[in-house]
Design a protein around this ligand. Structure first.
Ligand code: GLN
Length: 488
């Protein structure tokens, strides 16, 4: 059962080939068998899952079940889940039991989806390797000496090793697309404002967006349909008619214009990545698309701009963790200042502290104009590069990540190189656009073959088009159906 896609599982459930309880138990058994090695889950919720599965089975029997009823998935541990531990990968929230559900969790539950548990992640979603998690690093199922990418590394690992057929994830600068690329998955980060951020623990509020990690574009379309929609509890949620991501999946690509930014293929990109990415773009030509070289002259500002904006926003968002209201509190504080200092000092890890300090610095009176204000201007220039490009092309394509999955521990003492992992993805968040990563080939790692991802970027609310473009490619290639043999 675990080798099937969500679309196949949904059909199997409706045809009564297996029940949701059987299916859920099968995935719980796989988690039990493999999680101690992979560390993909922080919390597994078997009782909760089996109860939801029974309810879905009843709906299916009654003939009034929604398309996703009875399908199990995992939630990134950044989404609040009522009555269940929600840690955000941090010691600060190690024992936090959320009093309410995130809208994403509610929407999924109302679609009949079964929650298997909560997946590991970089602390407060800050990282590109899942090594900043208080709960330890996650392994890449393709090579367990390598990272799965981050910050949604637990979700990526769970789906790649088929401990779950799909998972929710979040992307502030690349945290859905980069792990998708490193673990051979399909990942989608929707347009900013398309998915509610209510109950999704904030990192950088103007960039954070929830999405999914699945085996195929069709599965992404199914999950995203359940996830998206206006939410009055999130003031940045956009009120617009519901999108249909399924109907257009098979539309033809004849005459579609694909923009390929020359800046994506500069000397920073190794041949190992460039070759499969270029081959994938050539495949699109065969499907009838036209390829156009485009220029994005401000793209090189993305990483420095992001590392001013994101820390600034996180320094404000994370000020709520003060040891007073909820979360970690130090032992025997001398006074209030000592309580704040030690609770935050002991509760946060190094990367989170680095970001809070950078953020507080760039927002401080003397430096605001020089850093924060400049970054906001650069952000506009990056957005205008995309706006200009989309006057001429329908979709932008390039690599997702500049490298293959790297070794555990390899970049932990080199934050700058770690930050460069998102060089191709971050601009999309700064502009608020939708982006995807899909499997497009393999390259030789030092311990076997490692996956490579192709990035697709669309105009605002062009998620449906992106999923269509991804789906058509997956009908003529089989990269997405390859799985790591150790977890077959
Ligand atoms: N790797 C980036 C960072 O460390 C992006 C993280 C994310 O998208 N959540 O901030």
């Amino acid at each position: 059962m675990h080798t099937k896609t969500i679309a196949e599982l949904s059909r199997g459930l409706k045809a009564k080939e297996f029940s949701s309880v059987e299916l859920t138990q099968h995935f719980l058994d796989r988690i039990e068998k493999h999680n101690s090695e992979l560390n993909a889950f922080i919390t597994v919720t078997p009782e909760h899952a089996l109860k939801q599965a029974q309810e879905s089975d009843a709906q299916i029997a009654a003939g009034n079940a929604s398309p996703l009823a009875g399908v199990p998935i995992a939630h990134k541990d950044i989404f609040c889940t009522q009555g269940i531990k929600t840690t955000c990968g941090s010691k600060m929230l190690e024992n936090f039991i959320s009093p309410y559900d995130a809208t994403v969790v509610t929407n999924m539950r109302e679609s009949g989806v079964v929650m298997l548990g909560k997946t590991n992640m970089d602390e407060f979603a800050m990282g590109s390797s899942n090594e900043t998690s208080y709960f330890g690093p996650v392994k890449n199922p393709w090579d367990t000496t390598k990272v799965p990418g981050g910050s949604s590394g637990g979700s990526a690992c769970a789906v790649a090793a088929r401990l779950a057929p799909g998972a929710t994830a979040t992307d502030t600068g690349g945290s859905i697309r980069q792990p998708a690329a490193l673990t051979n998955l399909t990942g989608i980060k929707p347009t900013y404002g398309n998915v509610s951020r209510y109950g999704m623990i904030a990192f950088a509020s103007s960039l954070d967006q929830a999405g999914t990690l699945t085996a195929t574009a069709e599965d992404s379309a199914l999950l995203l349909t359940a996830m998206t929609g206006f939410d009055e509890k999130d003031s940045t949620s956009i009120q617009r008619p519901a999108d249909d991501y399924i109907t257009g999946l098979n539309d033809g690509l004849e005459g579609m214009k694909i923009g390929v930014p020359v800046e994506f293929f500069d000397e920073n990109l190794s041949d190992a990545i460039a070759a499969p990415v270029k081959a994938a773009i050539a495949e699109y030509e065969k499907l009838g698309a036209k390829i156009v070289d485009i220029k994005m002259p401000h793209l090189h500002l993305s990483v420095p701009t992001y590392y001013v904006v994101a820390p600034a926003e996180c320094s404000s968002n994370l000020s709520r963790f003060d040891g007073v209201r909820y979360g970690y509190r130090c032992e025997n504080p001398k006074d209030l200042t000592d309580l704040y200092k030690r609770s935050r000092g002991e509760g946060f890890g190094d990367e989170v502290k680095r970001r809070i300090m950078t953020g507080a610095y760039v927002l401080s009176a003397g430096y605001y104009d020089a850093y924060y204000l400049q970054a906001q201007k650069a952000r506009q220039l990056i957005k205008s590069d995309f706006d200009n490009a989309f006057k001429d092309v329908d979709v932008i394509m390039g690599p997702t990540a500049p490298n293959l999955a790297f070794g555990l521990g390899e970049l932990m003492d080199d934050p700058i190189t770690m930050y460069l992992n998102d060089i191709y993805t971050i601009g999309v968040n700064l502009a608020g656009l939708p982006g995807m990563s899909i499997p497009c080939g393999f390259a030789a790692g030092n311990n076997g073959e490692l996956p490579v991802g192709l990035q697709l970027i669309g105009n605002y609310f062009a998620e449906g088009r992106l999923l269509n473009v991804a789906h058509r490619y997956q009908q003529v290639t089989d990269w997405h159906s390859r799985r790591p043999t150790a977890f077959a």
